[in-house]
Ligand binder design. Structure first.
Ligand SMILES: *Cc1c(COP(=O)(O)O)cnc(C)c1O
Length: 360
């Protein structure tokens, strides 16, 4: 590993692509002859306008975002969207949520403060280890939208087939899977993600919203919480998170250079397979999620013994693998293997775990 870096399996903020970090380093003192660093620049400058415009254009190209969708860069992370979504989209005051883990649960709690929430399906009965069947949900006609968390970062489940919304608007939290595989944006009314899992530095959410869902009748809502404010101002109603937008733009270009999202999906499948194949043959470790709904990004696993789990965490840390402790609500271990984690990192971790198993 260059620069004495470790393999970092953190769920977020998470590992970044090294070529991107190197480019940022090279531009740190003087961004392309501007005489200053991007973090010192006016957001109203031509130079920064070009940075944000290119970031949006590259994201549109990567995801194939149709022209009738706006791309918004909003501060407050993914968490603020738990509130902004119901505040902006609940016209009839009613929404259907699917409960599949910790993050959809948090979104449900916030939406309940705004209107009526119908939890139409839940996997709580088995501690969120699967995605419930959503092919024929009971959806009231006046439901404003159906909400899912498409990849549950803590519980390690992913939707491989979207719910049947019966013509209603679909809203998806893609925070921990954003840009990990191709996505047909037209299937959704709104897609959002905090960027610190799979793209850039914390504190920024990217919201992709169909234009007809942006309302202009919400004048009583604080101005900053209206999507219209951000859409009308090109994400610069106030000073945006310039630094995060700059870094995300670099990552978009990097993903394009690797061949785009189809290529990322192939790489991510191959990478996750190395780990799941190991878990499936191991006599000591086991994955916690049903095979059909396993995440390509976040892989929770356990030995079945708390003390032994703690021993594994200490053992991997001593061997140079960081942040493998599972979230407190699931326990055990979790390896987050986002876009920027090289397959060599996963292979090295598997070797380390095999060694531990052989010794125990
Ligand atoms: C991390 C995460 C969030 C919260 O992100 P913040 O930027 O910390 O608010 C929301 N949803 C999912 C799926 C996440 O992984």
């Amino acid at each position: 590993m260059k620069y004495g870096r470790t393999y970092n399996f953190s769920a977020g903020p998470a590992t970044m692509p090294e070529p991107v970090l190197e480019e940022i380093r090279d531009e740190m003192m003087n961004y392309r002859g501007s005489g200053m660093c991007v973090m010192e620049m006016s957001h109203r400058s031509k130079v920064f306008q070009q940075i944000i415009d290119e970031a949006e254009a590259d994201l549109r190209e990567l995801m194939g975002i149709p022209d009738n969708y706006k791309v918004l860069f909003i501060q407050g992370g993914a968490t603020l969207q738990f509130s902004m979504i119901p505040m902006n989209l609940m016209k009839n005051g009613k929404a259907v949520y699917i409960e599949t883990g910790a993050w959809s649960k948090k979104a449900i709690a916030e939406a309940k403060k705004v209107g009526e929430v119908i939890v139409a399906a839940s996997s709580k009965d088995k501690n969120y280890t699967y995605i419930p069947d959503c092919s024929d949900l009971d959806i009231p006609e006046d439901t404003d939208y159906i909400y899912i968390c498409e990849n549950e970062t803590i519980h390690g489940v992913t939707w491989n087939k979207l719910p049947n919304t019966k013509g209603h608007v679909l809203v998806s939290d893609q925070s921990s899977m954003f840009l990990s595989r191709p996505c047909n944006v037209a299937d959704y009314g709104l897609i959002y993600g905090g960027v610190q899992k799979n793209v850039g530095p914390a504190g920024l959410a990217i919201v992709i919203i169909r234009e007809d869902l942006i309302r202009d009748d919400l004048t009583n809502l604080p101005i900053y919480l209206q999507y219209k404010t951000h859409a009308d101002a090109g994400s610069m109603y106030n000073t945006p998170n310039c630094w995060a937008i700059y870094v995300c733009g670099k990552v978009f270009k990097y993903l394009k250079s690797l061949g785009g999202l189809g290529e990322m999906e192939k790489i991510n499948i191959a990478k996750a397979k190395v780990f799941y194949d190991f878990l499936d043959q191991s006599k000591l470790f086991k994955g916690t999620v049903v095979p059909e709904d396993r995440s390509l990004m976040n892989i929770p696993f356990v030995t079945g013994d708390k003390d032994l789990d703690a021993e594994v965490i200490a053992y991997t840390k001593a061997a140079g693998f960081e942040n493998l402790k599972g979230h407190k609500s699931v326990g055990g271990l979790r390896a987050s293997v986002y876009n920027a984690m090289p397959i060599e990192g996963v292979e090295a971790l598997v070797e380390c775990l095999k060694k531990f198993e052989a010794e125990h």
